[in-house]
Design a protein around this ligand. Sequence first.
Ligand SMILES: Cc1cc2nc3c(=O)[nH]c(=O)nc-3n(C[C@H](O)[C@H](O)[C@H](O)COP(=O)(O)OP(=O)(O)OC[C@H]3O[C@@H](n4cnc5c(N)ncnc54)[C@H](O)[C@@H]3O)c2cc1C
Length: 430
Amino acid sequence: MNFDTVIIGGGLAGLVCGIKLQEKGQRCAIINNGQAAIDFSSGSLDLLSRLPDGKNVQNIDRTFAQLVEQAPQHPYSVLGQEVVLAKAREFEQLAQSLNLDLLGTLAQNHYRVTPLGGLRASWLSPNSVPTVLEGEAFAHDRIAILGIEGYHDFQPQMLADNLLQQAPFAHCEVSTGYLNIPELDQLRQAAREFRSVNIAQLLEHKLSFHNLVNEIKEAAKGASAVFLPACFGLDTQVFFTQLREATGLALFELPTLPPSLLGIRQHKQLRYRFEKSGGLMMNGDRALRAELDGNRVVKIYTEIHQDIAISAQHFVLASGSFFSNGLVAEFDRIYEPVFGADILEMADFAADKRLSWTHARFSQPQPYQSAGVIINSHCQVQKSGQFLQNLFAAGNVIGGYNGIELGCGSGVAVVTALWAAEQIGGGDEY
Ligand SMILES: Cc1cc2nc3c(=O)[nH]c(=O)nc-3n(C[C@H](O)[C@H](O)[C@H](O)COP(=O)(O)OP(=O)(O)OC[C@H]3O[C@@H](n4cnc5c(N)ncnc54)[C@H](O)[C@@H]3O)c2cc1C
C-alpha cells in the first residue's frame, strides 16, 4: 500500500490535515484506532485564552510577544506569529466551508457559558451555544434552563445559581425546570444508557416533533431564551435549528458531561469531508512501528497490516496525548510509541524524571500535561537529536504547552495541522 501521505490519528488535527491535503490532490490515508478528544470536548475551539502568568487573552495578535517571552517552547512560539495567525484565519474559512456552524473570530475572544454556569474565553463556538463578548450583557432578560427528568449529566439549578453570579447575566431572571418526555422511560431504566448520545437518537428519530415542541414551549413558561442540554441532533445541528424555528424561542444548547454531542457532530462532519474528498479512513487499526532510511520514514506497520508495510512520501503524527495513547507513561519514562520521537524537556519537566511529572498541589497545572514530541518551525519531528525530513507532527502529541491551562488545545491542533499540510504540499488559501 502506497500513499502520498499517511496520517496517524483521526482526531481534529489528523482530519484537518487530511482534508487540506486531499483537497490539494494528494492521496491520503488516516490510520485511527479509537475515539478522539473532540468526541469529549465542549465543541468550542480555543486559540489562546490565557497566558502562563494567568492574564486573560482577548486578542492573540496583541498578546503574542508576551506568549513567546513566557512560553518560548509553546508550538505557537516555535511556528511564529505570522504563521499562527495565517493558519487560524485559514481554519476559520475551512470551518465555514465545512458548515460547522461556528461563530467567533481571532480578532476577539468571546465567553461561552459552561455546563456549570461559568464563563470561559473561547475563539470559535457553535452558534447554538450561549455566548457574550467582553463587557456585553446577555441579550435576553428571561431565561429558562430546562433539564431532562432523570438525566444527571446536566443540572439546571446549579447552572442557574452560578450563572447569576456572572456579570453579563446579573440582569436576568432565571427559572429552572425539566422536560417530561415519557418516551425516554425505557432508557431511564438502564442508568448507563441514559446519556446524551442515546437520548439524542431517541428524541430525533422516535419522538413526535410536535410533542417535543409543545413540551419545550410549556416548560419555558414565558421566558424568551431557553438553555437545554446538548441532546438534540446527533449528526448535525439541523434538528436543533428546526426546534428553534418551531418553538419561536431563542433556544441554546450547552455541552453536557462527555461524550459531547457538540464535539461528535464536528468530528462526523470533518470525517465526512475527508472521505468525500477521496481520503481513506483506516479505522480500528493502530500504527505500531516505523522503518527509517537515514532521516526519512519509509514505511510503517500496523496492527492489522503487520506483514504488509504501508509506505508514503510523507507521514504525519497526529496521535494525540496520553488520553489517546499518542504518548505513553510507564513507571520511569514517558515515550512516543510509534517512532520513538524525542520528548521535549522543559524547565520543570523531564520525561525520565518521574518526580517532575506532577505538581504537589492538585489544582496547579500539572507538568505532564505539557509533555510531547519536539518539533521545529516546519512541524518536523525530532528523533535522536535529528529532525526527520518527512515526518511532521500536529496537535496534542506536540510538547511545550498545557492546553487546559492556557485554553489553546484545539487552536494548536488546527494551526499545526494546516501548517504541516502546507509543508507537505497543500498550501493555498480556501
Ligand atoms: C474532555 C475534553 C474537553 C475539551 N474541551 C476543549 C475545549 O473546550 N476547547 C478546546 O479548544 N479544546 C478542548 N479540548 C482539547 C481538544 O479537544 C484537543 O486538544 C484536540 O481535539 C486534540 O486533537 P488531536 O487530533 O491532536 O488528538 P486526539 O483527539 O487525541 O486524536 C488522536 C487520535 O489518534 C489515535 N491514535 C493514537 N495513537 C494511534 C496509533 N498508534 N495508531 C492509530 N491511531 C492512533 C487516537 O485513538 C485518537 O483518535 C478538550 C479535550 C477533552 C478531552
